[in-house]
Design a protein around this ligand. Structure first.
Ligand code: BGC
Ligand code: NOJ
Length: 820
């Protein structure tokens, strides 16, 4: 069953009923100011950091699930009937409803009792504000007297404190109100809690129309025992003109609309964030009144419909440009839609927000993950290389001098997070992959010479290349009894906690470490190391450091040998060794006999390709782990808690890391299958978790059909096939890599663009255009035989091999690929 449809021409998903199984959300903003918006206008906004600069309040795990947002109320002032044009919060049944989620904007429209309304929400490029463009049309045969009320609830900036420290917060709330005397600015509500002291920032909520009234105190607007669905001010058709002193500051404008038959009215609301210079905070100086000179021109600009429209057009053009850099035309509509639109879009969102703020990440818990953000680069580097470059340097600056990494850092301060700390032993290696991806995309070798601090301490600064060397050294300095990498707190699988042994409720699996960590080893990190060593070899070679290149090759061979000797279980790669030196992910185990991660990563690192073990491992995945809904993380699922394994065994079987379909690692298997040349298998796995391909079963899948979710419940779960934790997941970047670089086979390499497709046997071919280092590549792939052996003709000349060497200065290239 479906709840909407794809409109690919407009790059939108159109939701046709408001009661989706879960809120289906979208993101507003692309750089500093962000908002999350659901299909019924729920969600919140923040400036840069969802925890420390929260503009509007949102209560997670609410009832209904999605409560609080960018709300509007319409009221028929003749009958007294009122409704929400975005359905929530009033939830009066609407005569029609559509929500169009697009690239950085959301448009929600509906009709109730002959009154049509549409709201377009977006964040203009390079601004720290959001625009709500509203149009209301009277489709009745007679005049309509209407009231429109806006509503946002302000958060008192620090979202964590905002949800806990009420003895203080009920006293600090402050606002200023301008009721519209200023020409061109209808009415502006300023939220300035703590502006009197150490904050130099405030929020504002402006309306283009003359006001009939306003409210800034929540309970005055709602009534003391009423919810967002029954505000007393709306019921009465009369704002209270309330002024918040403490308690809960809100912003609500009341506008009266008298519309003749067929008449429309357009209004604009602007909600924004503004910082003032510390020495010019107040006007007049010495007063406590906000100096508004800095913000008034911005407000006036965007309350002008022509300017707002122009900003929207600029946003559309921006996305045309971003996505236009890589477009494909294949026999599969799902592939086209995901590659050309939604998967790329999701990669931008994960790049921006890491794992911080979604409807499942509360914005207070996690900042930017070292491992996560490094991987997010893989799906993003080609879109805005300059931002990828900055991110790599930011991440590297949090790296520790021993080569290790803070597991997370805060986006606002760009500093490592002490609360979580370090010792996730896979972390540093991902920086190597992210940096290699950037260089392959751009050819910008200079980045390796950038001087970058360690632990944000400039006195420890060294070239980025040195950071990568230390990342590799970090693994080699920490080998265990079998010569395999020690796992530390955890590797990619945060829940495989082999040194934790937690017996106390509430202890954090992320930070508790009881064992000295000198025994438990990870086969997965060995695979990841060999993959990273391949990149380092390529880099060292390019830099003319042949001895060093040889050392990375030797180190990779050393770990490969350790895996051959101790990491092979007979038909698949083992996962790890626990604190007692016992294998995890082995036939010897009662549960958790085979895990997905090492099968993917070891093959990607080049292990088992010559001796048949790679094929055997992948066959074991197909036999034991693959389901119709994707590949589960391990089997059998853990049916009880194991002290020596940790959080993985805390989840009920089939969920999350305990044998859920953890989508992030599925593309590793797709890539491994492509590497061994099994094109149909690779694509089959791609289709199983592809959101667009799952749209038809939206009632089972339940999450948005246009983006990946972190997890789909595995075969041991009672709700097999149900997705959870949509949007912020490494799944986005890795699936993008799997489909574009390995299945379609268009893969940046250090010396040029490699094109080596491994597409399904029944595809006659496909075409693509891709921008690469200043040139547009027009690529056509034609199948002439059943295999994946590719011959290339570049600009009319046959090419030896599959890497099209980069030619500086050439701006257009044609590549014809024949597959046999
Ligand atoms: C989740 C993991 C996550 C970890 C760190 C665990 O509860 O299952 O997916 O990586 O928390 O936040
Ligand atoms: C989500 C985390 O963000 C990611 O870093 C981790 O690899 C996976 N969970 C698996 O545990």
């Amino acid at each position: 069953m479906k709840y909407g449809l794809f409109d690919d021409a407009r790059r939108e998903y159109v939701i046709t009923r408001p009661d989706t199984p879960l809120p289906w959300i979208n993101y507003l903003g692309s750089q500093d100011y962000f908002g999350i918006i659901s299909n019924t206008a729920g969600g919140y906004s923040f400036y840069r950091d969802a925890r420390l600069r929260r503009l509007t309040r949102y209560r997670y795990n609410n009832v209904p699930f999605d409560t609080g947002g960018r709300y509007l109320y319409l009221r028929d002032d003749t009958s007294g009937e009122y409704w929400s044009p975005t359905w929530q919060p009033v939830r009066r049944p609407l005569e029609d409803y559509t929500c169009r989620h697009g690239m950085g904007y959301t448009i929600i429209g509906s009709t109730f009792s002959g009154i049509a309304a549409e709201v377009r929400y977006f964040v203009p490029l390079d601004e720290t504000l959001e625009i709500w463009q509203v149009s209301v049309t009277n489709r009745r045969a007679e005049p309509a007297d209407l009231s429109l009320f806006s509503f946002v609830e302000f958060a008192l900036w620090d979202a964590q404190d905002d949800m806990t420290n009420f003895q203080r917060n009920f006293n600090t709330g402050e606002v200023e109100i301008e009721d519209g005397a200023d020409p061109g600015i209808g009415g502006v509500i300023y939220h300035k809690t703590e502006y009197r002291e150490r904050r130099d920032h405030f929020a504002y909520f402006a309306c283009s129309a003359p006001l009939a009234g306003y409210d800034t105190q929540r309970e005055a607007f709602l009534g003391p025992y009423q919810g967002f669905d029954t505000p007393q001010a709306v019921i009465d058709g009369r704002a209270r003109n309330s002024h918040a002193h403490g308690w809960a500051p809100v912003g609500s404008h009341h506008v009266r609309l008298a519309l003749g038959p067929g008449e429309s009215r357009r209004l604009i609301f602007v909600l924004g964030y503004q910082e003032n210079p510390r020495d010019r905070k107040f006007d007049p100086p010495g007063s406590q009144v906000i100096n508004k000179a800095t913000v008034k021109p911005i407000i006036a600009r965007y309350l002008d419909p022509a300017q707002a429209d122009a900003a929207f057009d600029a946003l559309r053009a921006y996305w045309d440009g971003l996505l236009g850099g890589f477009q494909v035309d294949t026999p599969d509509e799902h592939t086209d839609r995901m590659v050309n639109i939604w998967n790329a879009y999701q990669c931008m969102v994960t790049f921006n927000l890491s794992r911080s703020a979604s409807f499942y990440e509360s914005g207070v818990g996690r900042g930017m993950g070292f491992r996560d953000s490094s991987q997010d680069l893989l799906g993003f580097v080609h879109m805005i290389p300059a931002r990828a470059r900055e991110r790599i340097l930011d991440i590297a600056a949090t790296q520790l001098p021993d080569g290790g990494a803070y597991h997370q850092y805060q986006p606002l301060t760009k500093r490592g997070n002490d609360a979580i700390g370090s010792n996730f032993n896979d972390d540093p290696l991902w920086l190597v992959l992210g940096t290699a991806a950037y260089i392959k995309e751009t050819g910008d070798w200079d980045i390796l010479n950038e001087s970058v601090a360690y632990d944000n301490d400039d006195s420890l600064a060294a070239p980025l290349y040195n950071h990568l060397q230390r990342a590799m050294g970090y693994t080699l300095d920490r080998l265990g009894p079998h010569g395999l990498p020690l796992i530390g707190r955890a590797d990619w699988n945060d829940c495989l906690n082999l040194n934790t042994f937690s017996a106390e409720p509430g202890e954090s699996f992320q930070t508790t470490t009881n064992m000295d960590g000198k025994v438990a080893e990870s086969v997965f990190i060995a695979g990841l190391f060999t993959l990273a060593a391949g990149e380092m070899t390529g880099i060292a070679r390019h830099l003319g450091l042949s001895d060093e290149a040889a050392r990375y090759r030797d180190a990779a061979a050393q770990l490969d040998a350790a895996v051959q000797a101790h990491g092979w279980d007979g038909a698949w790669f083992r996962r790890a060794y626990d604190h007692f030196g016992q294998p995890v992910g082995s036939q010897e185990c009662e549960e958790g006999q085979i895990f997905i991660e090492p099968q993917g990563m070891c093959v990607m690192g080049g292990m088992g390709l010559k001796d048949g073990r790679a094929l055997q491992a992948l066959d074991s995945v197909a036999e034991r782990l693959a389901t119709d809904h994707g590949i589960v993380l391990h089997q059998p699922a853990y049916t009880q808690y194991y002290l020596n394994l940790g959080e993985i065994s805390t989840y009920p079987p089939g969920y999350k890391e305990n044998a859920g379909i953890f989508c992030h690692n599925n593309p590793w298997i797709m890539i491994a299958e492509a590497i061994v040349g099994r094109s149909d298998r690779a694509f089959d796995y791609y289709r199983r978790i592809c959101p667009s391909a799952r749209e038809a079963i939206s009632d089972v899948h339940r999450c948005e059909p246009y983006v990946y979710a972190q997890m789909i419940a595995g075969k041991d779960a009672p709700t097999h096939g149900e997705a959870k934790n949509s949007w912020l997941t490494g799944t986005a970047a890795w699936n993008y890599v799997a489909i574009t670089q390995w299945i379609l086979g268009i893969r940046p390499a250090f010396e040029g663009l490699e094109i080596a497709p491994v597409i399904p046997a029944d595809w006659p071919g496909f075409s693509a255009t891709r921008q690469f280092r200043g040139a547009t590549y027009a690529i056509t792939v034609r199948r002439e035989g059943p295999g994946s052996s590719a011959s290339l003709v570049v600009d009319g000349e046959p090419l030896a091999g599959t890497v099209v060497p980069h030619r500086p200065g050439v701006t257009a290239r044609t590549v014809e690929v024949t597959l046999r």
